[in-house]
Design a protein around this ligand. Structure first.
Ligand code: PLP
Length: 469
């Protein structure tokens, strides 16, 4: 039998009727790039250099700074990941202390490993709907008071689910102590387009902000941007680390795509945002009376994220996802034990949202009948998974330490040697140096019984990696 090539698989998938409720934000239906090979060049004469921009790429970055309202914006071709590594590295010296919102992407923890940082955590609230909420100003303030020697504050806003924190107040608290605030706004690149969206972190006074353009704007996967507007971190510092973390062969296809997207948004972003917002408000209105599946809405939540909670129903997140996928051909962004997340952008179509509405109405109707017969149990997996953990050793020490795999049930009280994740967005719920508690082991076992698995554990052998201190 002939082996299928990746390109054939992608082309066949592109022809199918699967609708993308996931990133990238272009939703496979936008742009007129022509032949990508025709514009795929290297740093030839007249086309500048991303690492030392002086001509056309500098112009592109200035255009971006105008759209995002920063002093200086830097194109990234290795995703927000390289922007976050850069931001944290530029704001600290090896061995420094930083304050981090614990619901951070893995790149924040990786930066802490690389710079051998002493990390102090602030935990997000857990909302009654079972999703992670904001990082409160009160908790940041307390952590700053306990750690006046910290060198930077790093938080994620919006979260994967679209919840923003009070950046304005958090920035003021950090600045009172002469510290920069770094915001991982990977999911909020669209905020700058229009006042219809939530306020952007640059606008609210953050020092360094990182956006994944590919997540919520019509841009290729891997495209992202870092913004600087700070008294505490210099452009030189940022460039030094971008040279380390970014490829020396940046794609002109990516950069051209970012620039075109930014220029289009400067020209007609407000109108696009208006019609998109009208479509999303209408969608929310039509699904607000579902009895079982709850589409979560909050004042401090980005409207583009459709979080469908099945917390008080007889089905799990993976089961809802399977129905949406198999029966309605709707591809979701993320699945957790208790909810399913659909991502939308200005490139979504009314037809796509109609299909999701119809699917939700039918599934909800079916659940009406089942819920009457079966007792519903709330597992509280999300709150258990994001409970605070005892730190016994520094992240970087445990990361570098000799490791051994032990049976999960025998690991209580031992120190984790690796990261364990609840689901992809790569937010670790256990990091190297933290104690593996009895509660954590119980959570692993309960979830496994329900067919839910954590990334970073060896389920075949039933093993977890520990650091040998
Ligand atoms: C909150 C958050 N920050 C950072 C990243 C990394 O972004 P990128 O994939 O652009 O490197 C992600 C990726 O999912 C994310 O969810």
């Amino acid at each position: 039998m002939k082996e299928e090539l990746l390109i054939e698989k992608l082309n066949n998938y592109g022809k199918s009727d699967m609708y993308p409720f996931h990133m990238p934000g272009h939703k496979r239906n936008t742009g007129d790039l022509g032949n990508p090979f025709a514009i795929d060049i290297t740093e030839i004469e007249g086309f500048d250099n991303l690492h030392h921009p002086k001509e056309i790429i500098l112009e592109c970055e200035k255009r971006a700074a105008r759209l995002f309202g920063s002093d200086k914006s830097f194109f990234l071709v290795n995703g927000s990941t390289c922007g976050i590594l850069t931001a944290i590295s530029a704001a600290t010296k090896p061995g420094d202390k930083i304050i981090v919102g614990r619901n951070a992407h893995q790149s924040v923890f990786h930066a802490a490993v690389l710079r051998r940082l002493d990390v102090r955590y602030v935990y997000p609230e857990i909302l009654e709907e079972g999703i992670q909420g904001e990082i409160s100003v009160k908790n940041i303030k307390r952590c700053l008071e306990e750690n006046p020697d910290a060198k930077a504050v790093v938080i994620t806003s919006p979260t994967y689910e679209g919840i923003i924190s009070n950046i304005e107040e958090i920035a003021k608290e950090a600045h009172k102590r002469n510290m920069p605030l770094i915001v991982d706004e990977a999911h909020g690149a669209h905020f700058c387009i229009s006042e219809e969206f939530l306020p952007s972190a640059v606008e609210m006074g953050a020092d360094i902000v990182v956006n994944s353009l590919h997540k919520t704007l019509p841009c290729f996967t891997q495209t992202a941007i870092l913004h600087l507007k700070s008294e505490y971190v210099s452009e030189k510092g940022i460039r030094r680390f971008l040279d380390i973390y970014q490829t020396s062969s940046p794609s002109y296809i990516f950069m051209a795509n970012m620039d075109k997207c930014i220029s289009d948004l400067l020209e007609n972003g407000k109108e696009q945002a208006e019609s998109y917002m009208a479509m999303m408000r209408e969608f929310r209105e039509r699904v607000k009376n579902l009895r079982n599946v709850k589409v979560i809405t909050k004042d401090n939540m980005d409207i583009s994220k459709i979080v469908m909670s099945v917390k008080d129903t007889v089905i799990t997140g993976p089961e809802l996802n399977r129905m949406l996928h198999d029966n309605y051909h709707l591809e979701m962004e993320m699945v957790t034990p208790e909810y399913v997340l659909a991502m939308t952008s200005i490139c979504d179509t009314p037809e796509g949202l109609d299909r999701l509405e119809k699917a939700l109405l039918e599934i909800d109707n079916r659940l009406n009948r089942q819920n009457d017969k079966v007792e519903v149990t709330d597992h509280g997996y999300i709150s258990q998974a994001t409970a605070s953990r005892e730190k016994r050793a520094e992240l970087h020490e445990a990361f570098e330490m000799e490791k051994r795999s032990v049976k999960i049930e025998n690991a209580a009280g031992l120190i984790s040697g690796d990261f364990v994740y609840l689901y992809p967005p790569d937010i670790p719920i256990l990091v190297p140096g933290e104690v593996i508690s009895k509660d954590f082991i119980r959570l692993v076992k309960d979830m496994e019984r329900d067919g839910l698995y954590l990334k970073g554990l060896d389920y075949e052998q039933g093993l977890i990696e520990i650091a040998l201190f």
